[in-house]
Design a protein around this ligand. Structure first.
Ligand code: SF4
Length: 360
């Protein structure tokens, strides 16, 4: 049964396509983000009811993100976790205005007074990407231009994002590399000559140059050795501790546990649980059955795979999308569960027996 969207999703053309833009519709009554109570400081990023769907041939649609809502404050790291294909990276692309031309969006994502979903390409290119949002991309080696050295990447980014005089750009590039612990003796290396960790550090150095208040790291530990995962995660955490907000999109729960203040779990395009990391990773800390199963699948926990497969995002059920895989499903789950106290489930688990302190 096709999933009924709660409201129309008007076209939002790809900014790179020279087609006229239309103003997005807003939800009549934006929902409060689940887990919003954990954000005590003024949020840097405020996402409300963000939805993204893709038009396909034949009038079909894929609902990649549905009604995502959360806040993110300076100095905070929010880990957005979930299985591959659950919509995490689409959400990141939406925040950067980098969705393809067949994408439609709804909701809002306000950063420093700018609605990232409604902003035009000029605003996104001149004031958002690099300046307000730094991106540590997935697969950084592939993200770098193969015929340019790391130094050339850094100097060009310094020129584009800062008023540094020409004669000082070389020193500024070296300083940027040092901030991300990229080794100075590798500055003249080309991307194919870098190790995975060096490419990751180069990408992080580039993301930091504009001193953006929001750092968006999309699967920053993919393909890294375990010790490099820890080093990369710790570096990202350090940048959050310097006063940036960090949104880490990852399926790596070990990295999330290491550095996150809060964890948001996404399943089939929906955020189904948000909770402080200290509670989430505590014994019996998760409340949504999917979040519980996700943690139980870790090798250092029960190592129990989640039965079944994620649903087709082009044919989501009207009710809970996790129902075919959920041991707690009942007839009530034929209706879509609404977020309540940080979890969207008709039959949530009780959570930790002793209240673990929140550090988010
Ligand atoms: S709403 Fe029902 S099917 Fe969905 S996770 Fe909760 S108990 Fe399971």
């Amino acid at each position: 049964m096709a999933h009924a969207l709660p409201r129309p999703l008007p076209d939002r053309p790809d900014p790179r396509c020279r087609r006229p833009r239309r103003r997005l519709a807003r939800a009549a009554q934006p929902a409060a983000p689940i887990g919003a109570d954990a954000v005590t400081a003024q949020p840097i990023l405020s996402v409300r009811n963000l939805s993204v769907r893709f038009r396909l041939r034949g009038g079909r649609h894929v609902a990649a993100v549905n009604d995502a809502s959360f806040d993110l404050a300076a100095g905070e790291c929010l880990a957005l976790v979930g299985e591959s294909g659950c919509g995490k990276s689409v959400l990141a692309s939406a925040l950067l205005g980098l969705l393809p031309g067949n994408a439609q969006t709804a909701g809002s994502a306000v950063l420093d007074g700018i609605d990232l979903l409604a902003a035009d390409e000029r605003t996104l290119a001149r004031t958002v990407r690099g300046r307000r949002v730094g991106l540590v991309p997935q697969s950084p080696a592939a993200h770098l231009t193969p015929v340019r050295t790391v130094r050339a990447h850094l100097e060009e980014t310094v020129r584009a994002l800062t008023p540094t005089p020409r004669r000082e750009r070389r020193a500024a590039a070296r300083a940027a590399a040092a901030r991300a612990a990229f080794p100075a003796h590798r500055l003249d290396a080309y991307p194919h000559e870098l190790s995975g960790g060096q490419a990751q550090r180069a990408a992080t150095a580039l993301a930091l140059i504009g001193d953006a208040p929001l750092l968006l790291a999309d699967e920053p530990t993919t393909g890294l050795d375990r010790d490099l995962v820890a080093r990369t995660a710790d570096e990202l955490r350090r940048h959050a501790d310097d006063g940036r907000a960090l949104l880490m999109i990852t399926h790596d729960l070990v990295a999330a546990e290491r550095i996150a203040d809060r964890v948001a779990v996404m399943y089939a395009g929906r955020i189904v649980e948000i909770s402080p990391a200290s509670r989430f990773f505590a014994p019996q800390g998760t409340r949504h059955p999917y979040a519980h199963a996700l943690l139980a699948s870790l090798p250092d926990r029960d190592f129990t795979p989640i039965p079944g497969m994620p649903p087709n995002l082009g044919a989501l059920p009207a009710g809970c999308a996790f129902a075919p895989r959920c041991p707690r499903a009942t007839a009530a789950c034929d209706a879509l569960p609404r977020p309540d106290d940080g979890v969207a489930c008709h039959h949530p688990l009780p959570g930790p027996r002793t209240g673990a302190p929140a550090h988010g």
